[in-house]
Design a protein around this ligand. Structure first.
Ligand SMILES: Nc1ncnc2c1ncn2[C@@H]1O[C@H](COP(=O)(O)OP(=O)(O)OP(=O)(O)O)[C@@H](O)[C@H]1O
Length: 254
């Protein structure tokens, strides 16, 4: 039987601006239904890579293919993925239900009772069924992130991108968010790509990862983060997975 096609294929990517090259010869794949973490010290290019994967910026060279369709910028109409930025990016003057209905009114003809049902189903999925009429300012940071996830799922995307999902959350909310990400992947088969610094989160949820390094201009390690932690003989990879939050690697990129 042929192997299933990866959900994302990145081939010999070069990211840079003018003569400045941030990352080159960057090749990796993300299997469907898995949780994939983009890791590395500050300034190594994690967020830049994420912006390229979702088509906000164009690479200097190389290819990004999502679902065999081609580069993200080539999509017309509904994007085939959801994105959750650090802030959650909810509109503060709109209720959670109104925020979640926005993708439907922007991209589909669905309105009225059907729209309300879809909104409530997604709020239930993230445990916010009782908060439909609340404004973002009336709920906690963790709840805002979960509402952002619900909104990112409104168009039934099977691919989600997260930039620092647990940034700014207390430890309990961060664990709840990790559990939700695991549920989305394990129960719904959604592929998750996340940029994160949080070691606890990486070890709990990520199936696979790449570790980027600024000096190396690209990937220095890849694979199961728990195996990399226990077995990698590359000093900076070992430092990354065993550091305290103010450790050596965190300051490397500068
Ligand atoms: N549009 C741009 N033009 C020029 N340089 C850029 C641009 N975008 C990012 N950079 C540079 O690329 C480098 C990597 O930035 P990026 O935010 O991707 O790193 P990061 O690994 O996500 O860092 P952090 O963990 O601190 O958020 C930085 O030096 C940044 O200044």
């Amino acid at each position: 039987m042929p192997l299933p096609r990866p959900h994302i294929t990145v081939d010999d990517l070069r990211i840079g601006w003018g003569t400045h090259v941030l990352m080159e010869h960057t090749t990796f794949q993300v299997e469907r239904g898995t949780i994939f973490a983009i890791l590395g010290g500050s300034g190594c290019g994690k967020s830049s890579l994420l912006r390229h994967l979702i088509g906000l910026e164009q690479p200097q060279a190389g290819q990004i293919d999502i679902d065999g369709v081609g580069e993200p910028s080539r999509y017309e109409g509904v994007p085939p993925f959801g994105v959750l930025f650090q802030s959650g990016a909810l509109f503060s003057s709109m209720t959670l239900a109104e925020n979640l209905a926005l993708p439907l009114t922007t991209w589909t003809p669905i309105r009225g009772a059907t729209a309300r049902e879809l909104v409530h189903a997604k709020l239930d999925l993230v445990g916010l069924g009782a908060f439909a009429e609340h404004l973002p300012g009336e709920i906690s940071g963790g709840m805002k992130k979960r509402a952002g996830i619900a909104r990112a799922l409104m168009l039934e995307a099977d691919l989600l991108f997260f930039d620092e999902p647990s940034a700014g959350l207390d430890p309990i909310s961060a664990v709840e968010l990790d559990q939700l990400i695991l549920t989305l992947s394990r129960d719904l088969g959604i592929t998750v790509i996340m940029v994160t610094h949080e070691l606890a989160s990486i070890f709990l949820v990520a199936d696979n990862c790449i570790v980027l390094d600024k000096a190396a201009k690209g990937i220095v390690a890849r694979g199961d983060p728990r195996k990399l932690r226990d077995e990698s003989e590359i000093p900076l990879v070992h430092d990354f997975f065993t550091r305290s939050s103010s450790g050596v690697f965190a300051n490397r990129g500068g």
